[in-house]
Write a protein that binds this ligand. Sequence first.
Ligand code: BG6
Length: 480
Amino acid sequence: MANTIVIFGASGDLTSRKLIPALYRLFQKKRLPDGSQIVGVSRSDFESEQWRQSLRTSVEKFAGDCFDNETWNQFAENIFYHAGDIKEAGDFKALAKFLDSIEPEHNSGRLYYLSTMPQLYEEALKQLGAAGLNDDSDGFRRVIIEKPFGTDLKSAQALNASIHGVFREDQIYRIDHYLGKETVQNIFALRFANSIFEPIWNRNYVDHVQITVAEEVVVGRRAGYYDTAGILRDMFQNHLLQLMMITAMEPPARYDAALVRDEKVKVLHSIRHMTGGDFASDTVRGQYKGYLREEGVPKGSDTETFAVLKLFCDNWRWKDVPFYLRSGKGMSCRTTQIVIQFKNVPHILFGEKTREPLGNRLVMQVQPAEGIQLHFETKVPDSEMKTRTSTLDFSFSNTPGGKSLPDSYQRLLLDALTGDASLFARSDEVELAWGIIDPILAAWRSPAAPPLFQYETGFWGPPESSKWMYKQDREWFDVC
Ligand code: BG6
């Protein structure tokens, strides 16, 4: 049955670059319910036809080879624009009327997408409530909220309180686009659809876990926002902690939103909060050389563009197994990978004892070379008993349907339309995540903050990060 997707922030970058191309692809794949309508709302004074034209240009660009004229024309018939200001109560009343006028009698519901500046979220929610647009007596009403969800625990709590004043928790979809990535969902499959990994997925066999989200890009035009956020807010509170939760969680009894999120939240509860000397010993901070010259960065800014956190889960499965979370801008390449480094054999029979555990490593490549590799020791042919590391390599691109994986927003929009919140963050989840990050941010802004290391772009962050690992008898898995 038809439904309506209302996008606030219609003239923004996210709408044209991600949301509309994703909706177009869903329509093309016949996965969008028949007759679904898209209504864009923003202050700009467009006519619907003008908006359609500008969207067409971006879909042509972002949907690439998938663009075809006929499909676009059919899709565009159901796209509308309605000018309105989030601060104007009257504009919401007019929007309500407009929605009533275009929706068929049997409309299954409305999905509101807040893609505005985050400072406007609370106002938008208030106005939705005041105009009765949250009333779900004749169909579902759901709201998707883009990141960042607050800037610290206090603001996240305030935002949660505002949303809960208007929508029930089951109507709220807090987006973390990492959860929409096929390869992130594949971690669920790898862990919970196979029995071979589970027996060794714990402190008895795992030496440590490395979660790296490296980006080659620098902050560029986003410097104004970035300087107030820094890498902990921008990447760790959300994406890296999400990857850690999925790697460390217990199997849920069913793949359903409540149970999946219960298990993820248990991981957050178990993460040991840093105190005292931990902030200096268990973190590394960096800033790429040239950051201070980016337009919009204040003189002398000490905002981090690189960070490492060593976290522990105090629970039976993971006690004392370090989880190294690392992310940076201006790195050697773009790669997101999770490395499960298994312990070395208890007694080495072949070759010399080396610092690094040999092979024994599972690498989950989230992007861009989506796949999984298992590294293990094999005999060097025609040698006495020398071994070397070999790799079993699974690549999505070599499997049917795996050549071009769908963009995260396709999955997430479809899930929100069908009411599946498994891949969205719950209120307690975002608050607990801030509870882990806030003390680190505070320590890094205190007079006792650990040093901010400068690093050249094009490498793996500051050399101090490798030295720090080396001191723990470990090495980063730095492979592009
Ligand atoms: C966003 C951050 O959430 O994720 C950006 O704000 C970052 O700074 C981006 O570049 C990375 O996403 P992806 O999907 O390109 O890895």
